[in-house]
Design a protein around this ligand. Structure first.
Ligand code: GLN
Ligand code: ZN
Length: 781
């Protein structure tokens, strides 16, 4: 085949900067340390640098519109003059401070809601819609930045979220009308935007419709045809981008839209390459997302080329290459990692490296490879081979053990109804027992000590003594408050995943592997690269010490296997569920050691259980099956008399309540205070068998909750659930709070529990109805 250069592009590049420059600039501006000019110039410099890097790497088209001061969906809302009326009146001018008010709230009005962006750990600001509203081209950031890129000599391809995904991701204010009604008004503004982008010098526009990877109702599916028919007269060529999953039943819709090109995610849906090639009209471009934009592993170039060969033969230069999705979800540049194990480092690729991989693949496939491309190809092959057999990834005993897990290992000795009696006689707790979720305020001093320790400025003994002081202080305060089940306070933990990951084999931590979570907030997910093994106990000494200080039960505190997996970059050389089982086995050993050390209650947090749900319903079952199995494997090795708690930071249980019940934790503590109705509706339909602690107050606010409010949450719960199954606790850990409000809130929480106890006593007899007309239902098997 004669050489045909392949067009390569990016769907988006991380905006935060390799050194989190944007974070620093934003926070300095918010503190009032710098002015808007300084902030704007940091932004301009980051854009310039990122375009330059991508252009120098050899991409044919560089994205614009991927830069955002806070969030790209918020930028679009401003662009379309659709900011919440409580922050901005339609038609009034918008500036950076308007955006920040919407994103962060003000004294006068609360911030826009934030929501997880599909199944990533990025959060977007939810657009708000009103019936019969209008839209107009207002904020010109994307247009100006496109002109900026063009002026710098780049072939700029603006990236905007498509109208249907934009509508889908928003919420309707008050009266629940059909958001599809807004299409005609919305398209007027989109048409103006597209025209303005063309005037700014763009030829292509990338319109993202990630909802095409979801199960769509048929009216939404049908709306695509209408919308893109209206947009087809734009002077720009439209590349319709889909990602995060295969199109499946939306493939037919996608390939038939009147656009110039379609981007598909070939990492999550490799089988789509051929069906797209088969079905796409002959004048259209097919952009194949071949480099994983969601993970940090180096691409296996040979494997990718094999996947692309047929498509290339069939459609030649109509084939484009790109990462599977925006690179927003991976760290910026691997070359800044100085301390990573060199072997592990050679297996990885961050945004900068991934950009290079796309270019190299394009040149290799198009027959215009350079020596450097051929070297990269050979190196990628060597690395793939190296990784496959490397002792770093493989621990024989771990594999054998994971391979021989039995159903019995994932089952407690007796059913809950039998266990609970033994637990109660051992724990001797009152009705409505009070507890907290684990962490106590992490003061500046605590964080300083941990930092100094990490830098080697504090020796082992001094560090241990300081942490013991924190534990003693936390225990004393809890005893003064008269809480029933105590915690050690987690002062030794910077992060609930990092703390464990650092003590497990198979996990690595980068120095600068930051990924934007929302606004200026970034997270540094660990990398799970090998079989996970626990060299020794991780928490036992702290908990054992805490228990010596009080006769009341102190909870052991662990992060569950699903969360340990979900908040990491996970190895791609074995199925996720296998990695989850390995983590579960490591935790199971920790649980066993805690029990042996005399711990009567062990809490295993799973805040990420729900967010691991696949985008398509059809995939939920298998995910929930292994997620539940992993939790049970971690938690089921204990005696009946040892009580297992779990904690989850949300209350949308309606669709996963059976899985939550299947965890078979003796007690689950959850978020309820912000969304009471939802919790209750889940329990209307499902008779939750075990004990439950509905969070009685919102820890995200420094406000001290009222006793009445907490009593109300408990009474509502007691109407649905047997009172002797209820616990009293805040809705999450308290590490972000200060001590004064924490103690004030907990004091009132204990008061609320006391009130409930009076109303519901005497309940010495389980299943006996008593107090203020409330029924304490009998529980039988
Ligand atoms: N035990 C953890 C804490 O209290 C739980 C945090 C979480 O659920 N996100 O901080
Ligand atoms: Zn929580």
């Amino acid at each position: 085949m004669s050489p045909t250069p392949i067009t390569t592009h990016n769907l988006g590049f991380p905006r935060i900067g390799a050194r989190r420059e944007l974070k620093q600039a934003l926070e300095a501006y918010w503190r009032g340390d710098t002015d808007r000019q300084a902030l704007e110039s940091t932004g301009r410099e980051l854009r310039r640098r990122h375009w330059q890097q991508q252009g120098d790497a050899g991409l044919d088209l560089v994205p614009t519109g991927d830069f955002a001061w806070y969030d790209q969906v918020l930028t679009l809302s401003a662009t379309l003059d659709n900011l919440p009326a409580r922050h901005h009146r339609a038609g009034d001018p918008v500036d950076l401070d308007t955006l920040f008010r919407v994103a962060r709230g003000s004294d006068q009005a609360p911030a826009a809601a934030m929501k997880k962006w599909f199944d990533t750990n990025y959060h977007y600001l939810v657009p708000e819609f009103r019936r019969r509203q209008t839209f107009a081209l207002a904020w010109r950031q994307i247009i100006d930045e496109t002109a900026e890129a063009v002026a710098l000599g780049h072939a700029a391809k603006p990236v905007i979220l498509g109208p249907l995904s934009y509508l889908w991701l928003g919420k309707a204010e008050a009266d629940d009308f059909d958001r599809l009604e807004l299409i005609p008004a919305l398209l007027v503004a989109y048409q103006d935007l597209l025209q303005a982008l063309a005037d700014a010098g763009a030829q292509w526009v990338q319109i993202d419709e990630p909802i095409l990877a979801l199960d769509l109702p048929s009216d939404w599916q049908r709306a695509f045809e209408r919308v893109y028919h209206t947009l087809k007269d734009t002077p720009l060529k439209i590349l319709l981008a889909t990602y995060f999953g295969p199109l499946q039943d939306n493939m037919h819709t996608a390939v038939n839209l009147p656009v110039a090109g379609l981007h598909i995610d070939a990492v999550r849906g490799p089988e789509q390459i051929l069906s797209a090639v088969d079905n796409l009209a002959v004048h259209k471009v097919l952009s194949v997302g071949i480099v994983d934009g969601r993970n940090i592993w180096r691409n296996n170039l040979q494997y990718s080329l094999e996947q692309l060969e047929v498509a290339h033969r069939r459609i030649g230069d109509r084939l484009w290459l790109a990462p599977s999705c925006s690179l927003l979800h991976v760290p910026v540049d691997l070359s800044n990692e100085q301390t990573l194990d060199p072997t592990l480092k050679s297996w990885l690729a961050f945004a900068t490296q991934k950009t290079g991989e796309v270019v190299t693949l394009g040149r290799l496939l198009g027959g215009v490879a350079t020596d450097a491309d051929r070297e990269a190809f050979a190196e990628s092959r060597r690395v793939a081979e190296d990784r496959r057999h490397h002792p770093l990834t493989c621990h024989q005993r771990v594999r054998e053990r994971a391979g021989s897990v039995t159903a019995q290992d994932c089952r407690r000795q007796s059913p809950f109804t039998q266990r609970i009696g033994q637990q109660q006689s051992r724990l001797d707790l009152p009705l409505f027992p009070t507890t907290t979720i684990g962490s106590f305020p992490q003061t500046a001093e605590i964080r300083r000590i941990r930092r100094e320790r990490k830098q080697g400025n504090i020796g082992d003994t001094a560090y241990t003594n300081y942490m013991k002081d924190c534990i003693r202080d936390a225990i004393q305060r809890q005893e003064t408050l008269d809480l029933d089940v105590l915690v050690h306070g987690e002062a030794e933990r910077n992060d609930m995943v990092e703390y464990f990951g650092e003590q497990l084999e198979g996990y690595a931590f980068t120095a600068h592997g930051w990924v934007q979570s929302y606004g200026s907030r970034c997270v540094k997910p660990p990398v799970i690269y090998g079989d996970v093994r626990r060299p020794g106990p991780m928490t036992v000494e702290w908990i054992r010490y805490a228990q010596t200080l009080t006769p009341k039960p102190v909870k052991g505190m662990l992060t569950g296997p699903v969360t340990m997996l979900q908040w990491a970059f996970v190895r791609d050389d074995q199925p996720r569920h296998e990695t989850a089982m390995q983590i579960a086995l490591a935790l199971r050993d920790e649980v066993g050691d805690l029990e042996a050390a005399g711990t009567r209650i062990i809490q295993i947090d799973e805040p990420a259980l729900r967010e691991g749900l696949p985008l398509r319903r059809a995939d939920w079952r298998s995910y929930l099956d292994w997620a539940v199995k992993a939790f049970r494997l971690a938690s089921s090795g204990v005696r009946d008399a040892t009580q297992i708690h779990t904690h989850m930071c949300y209350s949308e249980f309606n669709d996963i309540i059976e899985a939550v019940a299947a965890l078979d934790a003796d007690v689950v503590t959850i978020e309820t205070s912000r969304s009471r109705g939802e919790l209750l509706s889940a329990f209307e339909a499902f008779d939750y068998p075990n004990q439950i602690g509905p969070g009685v107050y919102d820890i995200h606010s420094p406000a001290v909750p009222s006793v009445d409010g907490m009593v109300a949450v408990l009474e509502r719960a007691a109407r649905k659930l047997p009172a002797d199954n209820l616990w009293v606790n805040p809705d999450c850990g308290l590490k972000t709070r200060g001590w004064p409000e924490t103690e004030a809130a907990l004091q009132r929480m204990v008061e609320a529990a006391t009130i409930l106890r009076e109303r519901f006593s005497p309940v010495h007899l389980r299943g006996h109805a008593a107090g203020s007309g409330h029924e304490v239902e009998a529980r039988t098997g």
